[in-house]
Design a binder for this molecule. Structure first.
Ligand code: GLA
Length: 675
């Protein structure tokens, strides 16, 4: 969470307003937005912020270049419409008449000139300012607070079609008042302007902004990382019932193509946004984008899910330990479904037609929106999801299901200590792998055969049959394999390659499939008594900046926290974390106890600080601190981790959002056998 912002001041003014001490004028007007027919489907377009922030490459040439590419690359035809610019387009001061002034270095011909250029391409143009005295960037420009009418008139005169209205420097003035005032000012211009509320979900806009804006941010800013995208997606998923035509939840702009995630992760990001009926605002500089980026952004079948006329945000129908199933009803009766795996290990999962709300048809047509295949199923839909991966389908009840081959899913996995665990394969051990072929169709497939390839020096032996002549519909064929890891295997990740062949009734050639899964060979288990902060972790994730070793967690930069300090006591050794955090250590069954003194760090102690600490021994919860606040005394922690192959240290947000959740683990020790 961004902690630069003064939410306490905002809250104080809100209290005064609620108590009737301050009465915002716009709230008295009883104005209810007429249904203006704008943004009946989620807005699609571009915004420069995620790729350029305020750097120099944000200028007239960029805006024109993006508009050109929207046309040349078919993005306009695919539905992308708005070319929007963000913070830093204006000078730090208004002119003598009180108007905002475009920065002549970036926009030498003014804003109307670029808006005209964008309009000339048959596209629409969007602009940004803040519902405060200044925008967010430190070199920002004057915001719209108390200048709403003048700024709205100026924007309309330039031909602005979309306004993103931010929240910085809001002087604690009530959000509803500030955003309603700009809504009224935009309406008074007589121009159709999509109004994008950007108050980061701080005042629950989904509860009041339906008649104020066409979309509202539900979270803080996205950044180009898996953890950021995931946490935002998970928050936005919970708000599905508030979205609809003309009033959308906005989980922030796309990061697809910016380089901080893999293409598998970017496909999940794009699929999540589409199933959640989120605005699709491209956030990468398309002038430098790869063909893979264009292929994701231009997937018209996924876009069609986002833009479906029914305008329903997909709902989470299931979440099993990080395997999410989201379903979105579509106009005409089809359902879109997203199977999404947030974990670092592969997972195979299914959903039924009943869960999709599709009743009791004899057969269903299943269109895979990424693989671009069409199959039939008797009712179940299965997908093998790679780590961080997803599968997205459009499912229709179909009388002619038999025209399509049966939906066959092939998968491979190693035994896991707990959902989402690394596939640990210690040297000298035999580890179980499973391959499966699942036929969800009504017709049989034949000649099914599975193989498992292992690294040189390793062996794999099937302990159950690895081939079958016929696999009937609605049946799965599973093979169990014992994989022997050599005693001298070195620490690292190794590929285990599963391959499959089978014959499908509607296809002449045999079908071949391949899946690569991992074996993770750990280093030596710790010996004797150790400070945990001296050990190398298997994996560590943290809710704000990195996990800090022998220091507290400060802001997002590494090493910026200072010494661990809980209620005045300084700890030389330990970990500095921030909820939500998880740090995993390989202990190989060699250790017995974890001890620490835990608490919120003195430097960041705040009324909003609320966490709980957990210790897990493989899949077993062996310590739960319960709620810990910034005024609680430093608390002793002791956990029995006997037998554990992996010990996990977890910090959870206490349920009030993760602001100021700087959780220290002082004097964190582990006791292990010395041999
Ligand atoms: C805020 C917004 C971002 C971006 C920046 C610009 O952080 O949430 O989306 O507009 O301001 O400074």
């Amino acid at each position: 969470m961004d902690q630069r912002r003064s939410k306490w001041r905002t809250a104080a003014v809100a209290v005064l307003i609620t108590a009737g001490v301050l009465v915002p004028p716009a709230a008295q007007a009883q104005h209810v937005r007429k249904d203006d027919g704008l943004a009946l489907t989620p807005p699609m377009g571009f915004n420069n912020w995620n790729s350029t922030h305020c750097r120099d490459e944000f200028d007239e040439a960029m805006v024109k270049g993006i508009a050109d590419l929207f046309v040349a690359k078919g993005l306009k035809d695919a539905g992308y419409q708005y070319v929007n610019i963000d913070d830093c387009w204006a000078l730090p001061d208004r002119d003598g008449g009180g108007d905002l002034v475009p920065d002549p270095a970036r926009f030498p011909n003014g804003i109307k000139h670029v808006a005209d250029y964008v309009h000339g391409k048959g596209l629409k143009f969007g602009l940004y300012t803040s519902a405060g005295t200044k925008t967010c960037d430190s070199d920002g420009f004057p915001g719209g607070l108390d200048h709403e009418e003048q700024d709205a008139r100026l924007f309309a005169s330039w031909g602005v079609d979309y306004l993103k209205y931010d929240n910085c420097n809001n002087q604690g003035v009530d959000a509803r008042y500030r955003y309603t005032k700009m809504r009224d000012a935009l309406e008074a211009t007589g121009r159709e302007i999509v109004f994008s509320i950007c108050e980061w979900g701080e005042n629950k806009p989904w509860e009041w902004a339906r008649d104020v804006g066409h979309l509202w941010r539900t979270t803080g800013d996205i950044s180009d990382s898996w953890d950021s995208m995931l946490s935002i997606a998970k928050r936005n998923m919970e708000l599905d019932r508030h979205a609809g035509p003309g009033h959308w939840n906005d989980p922030d702009m796309l990061e697809v193509g910016n380089g901080g995630m893999t293409d598998v992760e970017y496909r999940s990001h794009f699929s999540l946004w589409a199933i959640m009926a989120a605005p699709l605002l491209i956030g990468s500089d398309l002038r430098k984008a790869t063909p893979e980026t264009f292929a994701i952004l231009e997937n018209r079948e996924v876009i069609a899910v986002d833009q479906d006329a029914l305008g329903v945000q997909g709902k989470v129908v299931r979440n099993d330990g990080g395997t999410h199933v989201l379903v979105k009803p579509l106009s005409g009766g089809d359902r879109a479904v997203l199977l999404f795996n947030e974990n670092d290990s592969p997972v195979t999962t299914s959903v039924t037609a009943a869960e999709l709300g599709l009743g009791n048809a004899t057969g269903y047509r299943v269109r895979d929106l990424w693989a671009k295949t069409t199959t039939h199923t008797a009712g179940s839909i299965t997908a093998a999801l790679p780590p961080h991966g997803s599968a997205m389908f459009r499912v229709s009840a179909a009388n002619d299901w038999y025209r399509y081959p049966p939906a066959v899913t092939t998968a491979a996995s190693g035994e896991l200590l707990y959902p989402g665990a690394l596939p640990i394969a210690p040297p000298g051990r035999s580890v179980t792998y499973t391959t499966s072929v699942t036929n969800d169709g009504r017709l049989p497939v034949s000649g099914v055969r599975a193989r498992l390839g292992v690294p040189r020096g390793w062996t794999a032996k099937a302990t159950t049959p690895s081939s079958t002549a016929v696999l009937s519909g609605q049946k799965a064929f599973t093979t169990t394999w014992q994989v022997q890891v050599p005693a001298d295997a070195v620490e690292g990740r190794f590929p285990i390659e599963a391959s499959f062949t089978f014959h499908s009734p509607n296809e002449r050639a045999p079908v071949h499939r391949k899946h690569s899964v991992e074996a993770y060979v750990p280093g030596a288990a710790p010996k004797g008594d150790q400070f945990v902060s001296d050990l190398k972790w298997l994996r560590g994730t943290n809710g704000w900046g990195p996990v800090e070793v022998d220091a507290t967690n400060g802001e997002t930069a590494a090493g910026d926290g200072g010494p661990i300090t809980i209620r005045g006591t300084v700890f030389a050794k330990g970990l500095g974390t921030h909820a939500p955090a998880q740090i995993e250590y390989y202990t190989g069954g060699n250790c017995s106890a974890v001890t620490a003194t835990v608490g919120i760090d003195d430097r960041k102690a705040d009324p909003a600080s609320l966490v709980s600490y957990e210790v897990w021994a493989d899949g077993r919860l062996v310590h739960d601190s319960g709620p810990v606040t910034a005024t609680d005394a430093a608390r002793p922690l002791a956990a029995d981790v006997s037998q554990a192959v992996v010990v996990r240290l977890v910090v959870r947000d206490g349920g009030n959002g993760n602001a100021y959740d700087h959780a220290d683990w002082g004097d964190l020790r582990i006791t292990c056998r010395s041999a």
